[in-house]
Design a protein around this ligand. Structure first.
Ligand SMILES: [Fe+2]
Length: 282
């Protein structure tokens, strides 16, 4: 089973630039690449910061861009978003009974649970008592035979990049308490927010995140690192889920570097050389 993880599209109004880049053009390129190569995916999930300023025109721009996607998709909110215009203008946004952008979606690989970590007064993330209760109830209602995959914008832990650690999820202990009884069934956690390709585990739960489709955060682990952004290439992730595996490929979809076959160099004489071993039939 295949999923696509996109994050931090940071759209502004049509035709406008952000940090010297055209976020709509870069999202359009991602969507075109997904349509061309991954039309067999079950779902595309966008883990927040859909827009940069949260204005209605930007959400209409998001909707127009995703109109070109040939797959179903769902969206989460991040710290740059505004809940009301997102829910008003994007039918792909889940909505729980309390008006938060939360929901779940069952796939052939298990249940995907989408969390709303937006605090509209801060860039840091929040899971209030109401949202935590929804999360607890949703986890408890998931059939015990079903694997669980979590999607959210803010990481609930520090990643080592000072400027982003300052605005991670607040009060993660309460979230940990909710997850603990279900931890063994959570196969993977996907988040956005940090605009960096990072993977690892938290509480034994594997996680991954990736670059946004517009600007990125600089890789600088110094405790005195400046709040710098950069134009590292954008990416989306292709997630392949099997009975025993969750494999996350990060794809730099604007990469135009040279492609070449592993041809036989003149000095190569090993029978098992690259380019000569038989490949299985496609
Ligand atoms: Fe972002």
């Amino acid at each position: 089973m295949k999923l696509i993880h996109l994050t931090d599209t940071h759209l502004v109004g049509p035709g406008l630039q952000l940090y010297g880049l055209d976020p709509r053009a870069r999202l359009d390129a991602a969507i075109a690449d997904i349509n061309r190569h991954h039309a067999d995916a079950e779902l595309v999930i966008v883990t927040g910061d859909l827009t940069h300023w949260g204005e209605p025109a930007a959400y209409r721009n998001v909707r127009a861009a995703f109109d070109a996607l040939c797959l179903p998709y769902t969206v989460l909110v991040g710290n740059h978003d505004r809940r009301a215009p997102c829910l008003d203008l994007l039918a792909a946004a889940p909505r729980d009974a309390n008006g938060f952008v939360q929901g779940w979606h069952d796939t052939s690989a298990g249940r995907l649970i989408f969390l709303d970590t937006l605090d509209e007064t801060s860039h840091a993330g929040e899971l209030c008592e109401v949202r935590l209760a929804w999360c607890r109830e949703t986890l408890a209602a998931t059939p015990v035979t079903m694997p669980i995959y979590l999607f959210m914008h803010h990481p609930p832990f520090e990643v080592g990049i000072r400027m982003m650690d300052c605005i991670a999820l607040k009060h993660p202990a309460a979230f940990i308490d909710v997850l603990q009884p279900f931890r063994a069934r959570i196969r993977h956690m996907f988040f956005g927010h940090v605009h960096r390709p990072i993977s690892g585990s938290w509480l034994g739960i594997p996680f991954s995140t990736l670059r946004g489709t517009n600007h990125q955060v600089c890789f600088d682990l110094s405790p005195t690192a400046a709040r710098d952004a950069c134009h590292e290439p954008p990416a989306y992730a292709v997630v392949l889920i099997g009975a025993d595996t969750v494999v996350v490929h990060t794809h730099d979809y604007l990469d135009a570097s040279l492609r070449f076959p592993f041809a036989r160099p003149d000095i190569e004489d090993r029978a098992y050389m690259l380019g000569r071993f038989p490949l299985p039939d496609a």
